[in-house]
Design a protein. Structure first.
Length: 299
């Protein structure tokens, strides 16, 4: 079995075993629909070529000078149990090291129990748990407290928050969708210039968030516009209410139909979101990390 770079002509072979990746879930796999675009750009996408079939595929992207993101790990059911995932992952680890990465991270849906076990087996450790809050866009939402767009204020609100400690400094990445990376002051300054920064700053810095992107999402019933926010953190219910109102108003201003706001997966944050009627996804997402300086990630 040969590990090699993915090619455009592999599309149908990859689609053949990824069209029904999760047969018991309503959500389908994204790979068959975006494969040609997915393998382009600044990444390393490997396939395990078994000759007559593709046995597996995985991709690694550099999110910063030292952070790599592993995604799209899929193994053809006919080749499971043969170490395909481990070979692909460790080859991507080596590529990431060559780019200067010190850590590689990945995300797994909490319901995907087999992948949770596999992720641990191939060299990743638990890193963070997050969930989406989903406040409705509302052009008339009133925060009730002072809200600023000052990125340095957002940075200090973030560094003083328990969310930063719980998440190891991670938030939604600005460039790569469905990826997290270390949130920096420069990230927030870029957001202030290009998207939006929201800081509740009455009687102290009490809450913060920032918009990473807004985009069109096509599905069977039509097209919806989403606004995504890299993190949401607040000190108390009053500040949380103000933050979600500011998010709802900002989302409406960019014409969004729906929002997604990363929040830490804790009893406090999730129950606060529910109490404030900000909505929440049904299940959390788990982030894993592999220390690329450790011997056990070398094969």
């Amino acid at each position: 079995m040969e590990l090699r770079d993915a090619r455009l002509e592999d599309h149908e072979a990859v689609a053949a075993f990824t069209r029904d990746t999760w047969p018991d879930r309503e959500a389908g796999d994204y790979l068959p629909g975006i494969y040609p675009e997915w393998i382009e750009g600044d990444n390393r996408t490997l396939v395990a070529d078994a000759g007559s079939e593709i046995a597996g595929i995985a991709q690694c992207v550099m999110l910063s000078e030292t952070e790599a993101w592993c995604q799209g790990m899929r193994v053809n059911p006919a080749y499971r149990g043969r170490g395909v995932a481990s070979r692909l992952t460790h080859a991507l680890f080596e590529w990431a090291r060559d780019q200067g990465a010190l850590v590689a991270r990945s995300m797994v849906f909490s319901w995907n129990v087999p992948s949770l076990g596999l992720t641990r087996k191939i060299g990743f450790d638990p890193a963070a748990e997050l969930r989406w809050a989903t406040p409705e866009p509302d052009p008339d939402a009133e925060p009730g407290l002072t809200v600023t767009d000052e990125p340095d204020a957002a940075w200090h609100a973030w560094t003083d928050s328990d969310a930063r400690s719980r998440l190891g400094g991670l938030a939604l990445d600005r460039e790569e969708t469905w990826a997290v990376s270390e949130l920096t002051r420069e990230n927030l300054r870029r957001a202030a210039d290009e998207t939006a920064v929201l800081v509740v700053c009455e009687d102290g810095l009490r809450a913060m968030s920032y918009r990473v992107r807004d985009y069109e999402h096509e599905h069977e019933d039509g097209t919806e516009r989403y606004a995504e926010y890299g993190i949401g953190t607040w000190d108390d219910l009053e500040a949380g209410r103000a933050l979600f109102a500011a998010i709802a108003r900002d989302a409406a201003e960019v014409g969004a139909d729906r929002t997604r706001v990363w929040i830490p997966e804790t009893t406090g944050y999730v129950s606060d979101a529910a109490y404030l009627r900000a909505g929440a996804s049904e299940e959390p997402d788990f982030v894993f990390a592999a220390d690329l300086t450790a011997d056990r990630t070398r094969r």
